[in-house]
Design a protein around this ligand. Structure first.
Ligand code: PEP
Ligand code: MG
Length: 538
C-alpha cells in the first residue's frame, strides 16, 4: 500500500482506478511561414472560434457550476480580446515568421509564467487560466481536442494540475475524484470541484508519480489522504465512513427549508459565512437563512489597487440579490494581520495581529472607509443588508465608525442617491469588547462574536502558529465565560447576539450556546443542516 498526503479541497470518499491524463505537450512545432499576414488571419479565426466556444460554455455551464462560476468563461473570452495577450502573439508571427500555434504557445507560456512567478497567491493561481485559454486556441489551430474523462469506466483522474475548463466540463458520471501534483485551494478548479461535489485533493507534488496510473486507489477528500493499492482494512474503514456520510446526508436533507428551533421551540438563526458573491450560491445550497459574515476584505485581496466604490457596490448588490430577502451582514474591511495586500503599504510590524488591522485601518484612513460604506449603503436598497464593524475595542471606536457611516449616508443623501437605514452591529472579538459589552450594547444593533480572534487574544495563542496549537484550548472556560457575558449583556440591552467564529459550528458546544441564549450561528454553509438537526435536540 502507498499512502500519499495532499491537501483536501473538496470532501468526499472515492474508490477507483487512477488515470493520469495524457496531456499533449503544449510544445508545438516551430513551423516557418512565408505569409505572416495569412498566419495572423489564421490566429484571428482560431481566436474567434475559441470565443464562440467560451460563449457557449458560459451559458451551458450555468446549471452545472452556477452562474457566478460560469462567468469565468466570460473572463477567458475577454482575455482573447486583451491586447496584453494578443499583441505579443502577433508580434512573434510577424518578426519570427512562424506558424500561429508556435506564437500562441510561446507568448501564452510566457504570460502564464509571469503570473506563476507573482508573490500573491491569487494572481499565481491565474496562471492556469492563461494556460487554459492558450491550450484552447492551440487545440483549434492544430485540430486537436480534449480527451479528458472519456475513459470507459469511472476513474480517479490525476494530473499535474487541472484547468478550470477541464474541471467544469468533466462528466460527473465518469469521474470519481480529482488528484493533482499542484494546485491552490482558492483556484477555480478547487471551487468547481466543490460546487460539482467531486472529491478533490491537490498538492501531492512529485510523490504522485505517473507509474501509479492504472492502479486501484481510494481517497478521502476531507483528510487529503490517497491510498494506492490500499489494505483491505483501510478500504473497509473508508467505505464505512462513506456509507455513514451518505446516510447522514440523506437524513439531513429532510431538514432543508425547515425552520431552526430548539426542543422548546426557541428559534435560532442559522446563517452562513461567505467571502465572495460566489459563495452566496453555496450559502443557498447549504440552506442558510442569511449571511452572518460577508468577509468583505476578500474584495481587496488578490489585486494591485483598491477596489473602487462601483466594484464594491456591484459585489454587495449581487450578494444581496442572490440572497433574496434574507439578511446579509457585511463586515467592513478586516485587512492586516494574516490578510495582507501590498498596495495598502502597511508598516512592517513585530506583531501584526496586535497591530494595524481591521477597524484601526478604517479609522485612520477615512476616505478608504467611506468608499466602502457608501458602496454598502448604495447596495442596501437591493435587499436586507446590515453592517458589522470588526475588532471594536471601545465605545469611542464604535462611535467613530458609526460617525463615518453617518457621513457616508449624508454624502449619498446630498446627491439624491437612494439608500436604506440598516442595522449596525459589531464583532466582539477581543477580551476588552466582551468585558465592556454592556456599554457597547447600548450603541450597537447586534453583536456577533468572532471566536477565532477572541480565542487568540484571550489565550494569547497566535492563531497562525501551528506549533503552539496544543496550547489553544478552544473550549477554555475563559472563552465560554466571555461569550456568556456578551450574550447576557446583549439581551439586557434588547439586542441579539450571534457567533460567527469557527466555534459556532463546534457541535460539542451547541447545547451550551443554546442554553446561553445565543440567537444566531453563522457557519460554513455545509454545516447548516447538521447544526439544525443538533439544535432540534437541544
Ligand atoms: C473571528 O475572528 O472569529 C472571525 C469570524 O473573523 P476572522 O476569522 O475573519 O478574523
Ligand atoms: Mg476576526
Amino acid at each position: 500500500m502507498i499512502t500519499l498526503q495532499g491537501k483536501g479541497v473538496s470532501a468526499g470518499i472515492a474508490r477507483g482506478r487512477l488515470l493520469f491524463i495524457k496531456r499533449k505537450s503544449l510544445a508545438v512545432e516551430k513551423r516557418p511561414v512565408d505569409d505572416a499576414a495569412k498566419e495572423i488571419e489564421r490566429f484571428n479565426a482560431a481566436r474567434q472560434e475559441a470565443a464562440g466556444q467560451l460563449d457557449a460554455l458560459s451559458k451551458t455551464m450555468v446549471d452545472k457550476i452556477g452562474e457566478e462560476n460560469a462567468l469565468l468563461f466570460e473572463i477567458h473570452r475577454m482575455m482573447l480580446e486583451d491586447t496584453d495577450y494578443t499583441d505579443p502573439i502577433v508580434e512573434i508571427i510577424k518578426t519570427e515568421k512562424v506558424c500561429a500555434e508556435y506564437a500562441v504557445n510561446t507568448a501564452g507560456s510566457r504570460l502564464a509564467q509571469d503570473f506563476a512567478d507573482m508573490d500573491d497567491e491569487y494572481m499565481k493561481a491565474r496562471s492556469i487560466d492563461v494556460y487554459d485559454v492558450t491550450k484552447r486556441v492551440i487545440d483549434i489551430l492544430t485540430g486537436e481536442g480534449q480527451t479528458i474523462g472519456r475513459d470507459s469506466e469511472p476513474v480517479i483522474l490525476a494530473a499535474d494540475d487541472f484547468t478550470p475548463s477541464e474541471t467544469a466540463q468533466l462528466d460527473r458520471s465518469r469521474v470519481l475524484a480529482l488528484v493533482s501534483r499542484q494546485g491552490a485551494a482558492n483556484s477555480h478548479t478547487a471551487i468547481f470541484a466543490r460546487t460539482m461535489g467531486i472529491p478533490a485533493i491537490i498538492g501531492f507534488g512529485a510523490f504522485l508519480t505517473g507509474d501509479l496510473s492504472g492502479k486501484d486507489a481510494i481517497l478521502d477528500g476531507e483528510t487529503g489522504l490517497l491510498y494506492v493499492k490500499a489494505e483491505p482494512e483501510i478500504i473497509r474503514e473508508l467505505e464505512a465512513k462513506q456509507k455513514r456520510q451518505r446516510e447522514e446526508k440523506e437524513a439531513l436533507e429532510k431538514l432543508r427549508g425547515k425552520p431552526t428551533h430548539t426542543k422548546n421551540g426557541k428559534p435560532v438563526k442559522l446563517y452562513a459565512n461567505i467571502g465572495s458573491v460566489n459563495d452566496a450560491d453555496a450559502a443557498l445550497a447549504g440552506d442558510a437563512e442569511g449571511v452572518g459574515l460577508f468577509r468583505s476584505e476578500f474584495l481587496y485581496l488578490g489585486r494591485d489597487d483598491y477596489p473602487d466604490e462601483e466594484t464594491q457596490y456591484e459585489s454587495y448588490r449581487k450578494a444581496l440579490e442572490k440572497m433574496g430577502g434574507r439578511q446579509v451582514i457585511i463586515r467592513t474591511l478586516d485587512i492586516g494581520a494574516d490578510k495582507q495586500a501590498d498596495y495598502f503599504n502597511l508598516p512592517q510590524e513585530e506583531n501584526p495581529a496586535l497591530g494595524m488591522r481591521a477597524i484601526r485601518i478604517c479609522l485612520t484612513r477615512p476616505d478608504l472607509f467611506r468608499t466602502q460604506l457608501r458602496a454598502i449603503y448604495r447596495a442596501s436598497v437591493h435587499g436586507n443588508a446590515a453592517i458589522m464593524f470588526p475588532m471594536i475595542n471601545s465605545v469611542d471606536e464604535l462611535r467613530q465608525a458609526k460617525a463615518a457611516a453617518a457621513e457616508a449616508r449624508e454624502e449619498l443623501a446630498a446627491k439624491g442617491i437612494p439608500f436604506k437605514e440598516i442595522p449596525i452591529g459589531i464583532m466582539v472579538e477581543t477580551p476588552a469588547s466582551a468585558v465592556i459589552s454592556d456599554l457597547l450594547a447600548r450603541e450597537a444593533d447586534f453583536f456577533s462574536i468572532g471566536t477565532n480572534d477572541l480565542t487568540q487574544y484571550t489565550l494569547a495563542v497566535d492563531r497562525q502558529n501551528d506549533s503552539i496549537a496544543a496550547f489553544c484550548d478552544v473550549h477554555h472556560e475563559a472563552i465560554l465565560r466571555l461569550i456568556r457575558q456578551t450574550c447576557d449583556n446583549a439581551h439586557k440591552a434588547g439586542i441579539w447576539c450571534g457567533i460567527c467564529g469557527s466555534l459556532g459550528a463546534d457541535l460539542l458546544l451547541t447545547k451550551a450556546f443554546v442554553e446561553m441564549g445565543i440567537d444566531e450561528l453563522s457557519v460554513e454553509p455545509s454545516r447548516i443542516l447538521k447544526l439544525r438537526s443538533v439544535i432540534a435536540e437541544c
